[in-house]
Ligand binder design. Structure first.
Ligand code: ARG
Ligand code: ZN
Length: 865
């Protein structure tokens, strides 16, 4: 069943107050809900029946209106919906449901994670707890009582403030929580468990004292400090940059090991995947630290962009997600290196979002229809949505953008609104007409910009011609031109900047003229990645090398180097296919040597510049993906650059190996990233002394970044004996750290050497693997299918069968996770005939299976079209 945006109707019934009582027991949970319901005065038709959502499998054991028990004939229950006819204008509905949280493997609604109770209600999990108008435009004031065994569940949490507590006899106790802010049901949460607590406090600018509490299992209490510091930084930043303060007396975060996504912004009670909140130098990599900082901030920022102002319906998901991702990206940029953060985000966009935009599940930032909303928590809604907000920021400038966001928050506080409302606030403060801009919300696909230039030495006039187009996507054959900011610099040969500015595109083709240009300039285009497009300009190698050296825009300096690498790699792919010997460009070696030996450069930037584009990104750029050619060409280049610069890699390694104590600041992270990149090239050079160096680093490092980097390099090398030895040692050392074991699984699943499928198969039997835990599934299946491309795409199709088998098993257990892990198969049309046919056959096998979840059915059926 497909749901359409154009069918939106305001709710016929409103719920002013929701009172919940949870009797949490080992074998079952009873939920008593009392809803104060009123007919929506804004809806004319007063004769509408009351319709509530409620999961099909949920047991309803009592239903009353104003104290009167309803007989079975007074209501109808069918397919996830409860209908009651002839209800009064205003009344109280009481409803008791019986849940089985310990059997809830889908991890939506109320479930158990490692012995504690927790919830995940976004998007539609609340309907697995009780019957409710489970849609974000119905906002209600919640009061929640939790009753549980005191010894097993000493900590009982929900949204808002604790207002009452007591003992219930038989060792049970209860706590009542009151949340004064009306909220949609998807922001409801509860937690019950035996949890340890890190407590701190924060004073807002206007003087509110906020208790900050981060809860986790006792063994993880030493891994909460970084999240706490990140939270305080985020609270300060949101006050300074957006003028937004926190609005309750308590802010809580709870870490749980079983979680479908990264984290959830439930009002006053965020629930986090342990992987996004726990951090300790010994067990967490630099990447892990930065993820914790970013996700903690993201969920905190949702308190305004999401909770105080929420979404009218799920088609508007990017209203909160795109805006919040933009906010957390700017926060991380301010806390660390702005350019490096931008490079990382653009790399993700170009690799994964562009692929999504070109695939069968392509959809606009504001989708027009869906079967299962969980399938639309996508890179397009999140990352492209953030780029759309960034473009508004660029077009309006920081000051007007802030005025627009102030107006948006003020005007819509307490409301459930749309992306149109967001843009309308930006229009109002800027006096601009942004109607064309809104095509970014309604059109799918990645736009293409083709740039040509002309120079007239006589008149000194330089002219840029820009053509924009956008390929068709499902249901959208023709696209209208976009409005977008094109940030440009014109450089003289020696790097002098002749022009800097922002061009605005609105037409399919436009020309921009520049006067008084003494010599033909080199254009630096789309600086800072000012719009989420594919930019084409026919650069010469020399021009790219010049930009790599001189561009004042750090992002474009990096991008010039990437463009050059991509071109050279594509040439080698062709040579490989034609059976010709591959070669590495001397000019590239010289340029890299220069970057590698210039000690005045930022190591983090150097590391970014000396990293070859991933196999996944090269695949995204290919007309038809030749898995083997990509892998062979990239490996050849890596080895060639490793050997040509062996001494320089070693020097860089030694220079960055400062022996300082671990800190997670941008500078130290940058040094480690160059050091470990250097080590990876040394290992690619393939000589014994470098294996010894890696082993030494493995044994002597006091932090997970260096230890895991060394382990990965050895484990993926041809030195199998040492590989097995270190993998075994790592397991012995860390077997009791679940998150570290995820890394151990992922390292092996992404090992491209011979026999990968066999290895993942035996890991699936290993005691540290647990098929019910999404983190474990992502570490094993996700890493094999997403990072070990040559193995997953083995010509005999064995990888595809393996993935399809997993999907079919997991779909019965956890449809959300099954649907996500399925993504690699959906791209079948991009591969050679042999592989495409085998991938398609596996999709068809799934399609022919009875009783697929809506999640998997939607993705499989759309992929087969
Ligand atoms: N709102 C959360 C975030 O981005 C994501 C939760 C999505 N969960 C889900 N089951 N679809 O911060
Ligand atoms: Zn979010």
């Amino acid at each position: 069943e497909t749901i359409y945006l154009e069918d939106y109707q305001p709710p016929a019934w409103l719920i002013s107050h929701t009172e919940l009582r949870f009797e949490l027991e080992e074998e079952q949970t009873l939920v008593r809900a009392q809803l104060r319901i009123q007919a929506n005065p804004a809806v004319a038709d007063k004769r509408k029946p009351l319709e509530l959502f409620g999961d099909e499998g949920m047991e309803l054991s009592r239903l009353c209106i104003d104290g009167q028990i309803l007989e079975a004939s007074d209501y109808q229950r069918e397919a996830g919906c409860l209908r009651i006819n002839n209800v009064p204008e205003s009344f109280t509905l009481e409803c008791v449901t019986r849940l089985l949280p310990h059997e809830n493997t889908a991890l939506e609604g109320l479930y158990k994670s490692d012995g504690m109770f927790c919830t995940q209600c976004e998007a539609e999990g609340f309907r697995r707890i009780t019957f409710f108008p489970d849609r974000p435009d119905v906002m209600s004031i919640f009061r929640t009582t939790l009753v549980a065994d005191k010894a097993r569940y000493p900590v009982l949490l929900s949204n808002g403030n604790p207002v009452d507590t007591g003992e219930d006899g038989e060792g049970r106790h209860w706590v009542t929580w009151d949340d004064p802010w009306p909220k949609p049901s998807y922001l409801f949460a509860l937690v019950a468990g035996d949890l340890a607590l890190l407590e701190d406090h924060y004073t807002t600018t206007s003087g509110r004292e906020v208790a900050l509490r981060i809860y986790a299992e006792r063994k993880d209490l030493d891994k909460l400090d970084y999240a706490m510091q990140s939270l305080k930084n985020a609270m300060r930043w949101d006050e300074e940059v957006y003028g937004r303060e926190y609005d309750l007396d308590i802010y809580m975060i709870v870490a749980v090991d079983f979680f479908n996504m990264g984290a959830m912004e439930n009002k006053g009670l965020n629930i986090f995947n342990t992987s996004c909140v726990l951090a300790h130098p010994r067990t967490t990599t630099d990447q892990g630290f930065q993820r914790v900082e970013g996700v903690v901030a993201h969920e905190y920022f949702h308190n305004w962009s999401g909770n105080r102002v929420t979404c009218r319906d799920w088609f508007q998901l990017s209203l909160k997600e795109g805006f919040t991702v933009f906010r957390d990206a700017e926060f991380s940029a301010d806390m660390n290196s702005r350019t490096v953060k931008r490079i990382e985000d653009v790399t993700l966009l170009r690799t994964a979002q562009f692929a999504e935009d070109a695939g069968p599940m392509a959809h606009p930032v504001r989708p027009e229809s869906y079967m299962e909303i969980s399938n639309f928590y996508t890179l397009t809604v999140y990352e492209k949505g953030a780029e759309v907000v960034r473009m508004l920021h660029t077009l309006l400038g920081a000051e007007l953008f802030r005025k627009g966001s102030d107006l948006y928050f003020e005007r819509h506080d307490g409301q459930a609104v749309t992306t149109d409302d967001f843009v309308a606030a930006m229009e109002q403060v800027s006096g601009r007409d942004l109607s064309q801009f809104k095509r970014w919300y309604s059109q799918a696909g990645t736009p293409r910009l083709q740039v040509h230039d002309d120079y007239d030495p006589q008149s000194g006039e330089y002219c840029l011609t820009v053509r924009q187009s956008c390929p068709p996507s499902p249901g959208q054959d023709h696209k209208q031109p976009y409005q977008l900011p094109l940030s440009v610099g014109l450089l003289a040969e020696d790097g002098t900047e002749l022009y800097t500015g922002m061009l605005e595109l609105t037409e399919e083709e436009q020309q921009f003229r520049f006067d008084n240009i003494a010599r033909r300039p080199v254009p630096s285009l789309l600086r800072g990645f000012s719009a989420p497009v594919k930019l084409e300009y026919d650069y010469t190698d020399e021009q790219l090398l010049m930009l790599l050296r001189h561009d004042s825009d750090g992002f474009n300096r990096w991008d010039a180097g990437q463009r050059l690498c991509i071109r050279l790699l594509q040439e080698q792919m062709l040579r490989y296919r034609d059976g010709l010997a591959m070669s590495c460009s001397e000019a590239l070696v010289i340029a890299w040597r220069q970057l590698l030996t210039d000690e005045s450069l930022d190591p983090a930037m150097v590391a970014q510049c000396l990293r070859l584009p991933s196999e996944a990104q090269l695949g995204e750029l290919a007309e038809r993906i030749d898995v083997t050619a990509i892998h062979e060409a990239r490996e050849f280049m890596r080895k060639a650059l490793a050997q040509a610069l062996e001494q320089e890699w070693l020097q860089a390694y030694q220079r960055c190996d400062t022996g300082d104590d671990y800190t997670a600041d941008a500078e130290a992270i940058g040094r480690r990233s160059l050091k470990n990149l250097a080590l990876s090239y040394l290992m690619a050079a393939g000589r014994e002394p470098w294996l010894e160096l890696a082993r030494q680093q493995y044994e002597q490092s006091d932090n997970m970044t260096d230890q895991l980097a060394a382990l990965t390099l050895v484990a993926h090398s041809e030195f199998r004996e040492t590989a097995d030895e270190l993998l075994q040692a790592f397991y012995q050392q860390w077997q009791h750290e679940s998150l570290v074991m995820n890394q151990w699984l992922a390292v092996q699943a992404s090992d491209p050497t011979e026999g990968a499928l066999q290895r993942v198969n035996s890991l699936a039997q290993h005691p540290v693997f647990d098929a019910r835990n999404p983190n474990k599934l992502r570490s094993l299946i996700g890493a094999f299918c997403g990072q070990n491309l040559a193995s997953f795409h083995a010509e005999d199709g064995s990888g595809y069968v393996w993935l399809a088998d997993w999907i079919l098993t997991l779909d019965r257990q956890n449809p959300q996770v099954a649907s996500r892990l399925l993504t690699p198969l959906t791209r079948w049309k991009r591969y050679d005939q042999g592989r495409a046919a085998q991938m398609q056959a596996q999709l068809q096998r799934m399609m022919d299976t009875a009783e697929l979840s809506a999640d998997v059915y939607e993705v499989v059926s759309k992929s087969l079209v």
